[in-house]
Design a protein around this ligand. Structure first.
Ligand code: AMP
Ligand code: MG
Length: 318
């Protein structure tokens, strides 16, 4: 199959409306979308990515008010969160309605909904006739794509169309909050921080605080994610790094690394820049045959929580 690359949101949406699968830019990471009214296209997303069938997809809407097109019930916490953070990097999990096929939600009775703020994403979604189910536009298990080049690396020839936009400004996947139960639960950290969520809904649980016997609320999170080929070693600020001879080593973090002999190194000026660069740097390391990536842990606040989460997953992915 030939993958058409276009700069036109209208042309990209036409491929989707015709039942195709289309990668598109968002502020978090690039998504790989199918219309929820095209279940056979939804199936093709799983095939193209090599994604396990029990890992549900997030549904993307053009306008905050479109939430009623996919949700059955909207709790008052969900309403407050949507009012404050839509459009933006937040996914809200709600009871689904009958417009959402089981293939999108992996058979769950809930659906994750997001309204992206990126102008290209909005232009694309506005031309799409039905809400768009979209996981990240990468091969399953690889770091998410934060640029159109990364999408082509993983999916050229496997998808109908790529809507080429700017690199993602956040670079980490959305925050996910489950609002389908009595108390909201943080399922995945992202650019909308725990502090910001708490300022809107007050009480919010984390997955760790849930009973161990409770059914996992975010099935996808059990899979290894965000992992480059290289081994990840986490380090604290200014911790001495000793590179092994014969190994190609890289570093990413906020402080200047203390090691000699690094083949690649990226010092980020701010935690935001760290989040934006992280997955791109992982991909660069893979294409440069790096064996070990030393990653400095950023402070545990704001976007730092999401960076630490992704680093932890990447480190345990092998
Ligand atoms: P991705 O877009 O590749 O980051 O994957 C989307 C992730 O959203 C999945 O792996 C799940 O963890 C989560 N998710 C999507 N829909 C639901 C849902 N209905 N309930 C819980 N988690 C969900
Ligand atoms: Mg993903």
């Amino acid at each position: 199959m030939q993958t058409i690359v276009t700069d036109s949101p209208l042309e990209a949406a036409e491929y989707l409306n015709a039942g195709g699968i289309v990668a598109f830019p968002t502020e978090t990471v690039y998504g790989l979308g199918a219309g929820i009214c095209h279940p056979e296209a939804v199936e093709r997303i799983f095939l193209a990515k090599g994604r396990p069938q029990d890992n549900p997809l997030i549904v993307h809407i053009a306008r905050p008010e479109d939430i009623v097109r996919v949700a059955g019930q909207i709790s008052s916490d969900a309403e407050k969160l949507a009012r404050r953070f839509f459009p933006g990097p937040l996914t809200i999990v709600l009871k689904k309605n009958s417009a959402v096929p089981d293939s999108v939600t992996a058979g769950l009775d809930t659906v994750g909904v997001r309204c992206p703020s990126n102008p290209d994403a909005q232009a694309f979604l506005q031309h799409c006739r039905c809400p768009v189910a979209a996981p990240s536009a990468n091969l399953s298990g690889k770091p998410s794509s934060t640029s159109w080049k990364a999408v082509l690396q993983d999916l050229d020839g496997k998808i109908d169309c790529l809507f080429r936009g700017e690199p993602s400004t956040i670079g980490l996947e959305s925050t996910i909050v489950d609002c389908s139960g009595a108390t909201p639960v943080l399922l995945r950290s992202g650019a909308v921080s725990m502090e910001e969520l708490r300022s809107v809904v007050g009480a919010i649980e984390t997955r760790d605080s849930l009973q161990a016997d409770e059914t996992p609320r975010s099935p996808g999170l059990k899979y290894p994610h965000y992992a480059p080929e290289a081994r990840i070693v986490l380090c604290r600020p200014h911790e001495p790094i000793t590179t092994a001879t014969g190994e190609r080593s890289a570093y990413i973090g906020l402080s200047t690394p203390s090691a000699r002999g690094l083949s690649l190194s990226r010092v980020c000026r701010t935690p935001d820049e760290y989040g934006r660069m992280l997955f791109d740097f992982f991909r660069l390391c893979d294409s440069s045959d790096i064996d070990v990536i030393y990653c400095e842990l950023p402070p545990e606040k704001g976007i730092g929580q999401a960076i630490r989460d992704r680093l932890g997953r990447a480190a345990s992915g092998h």
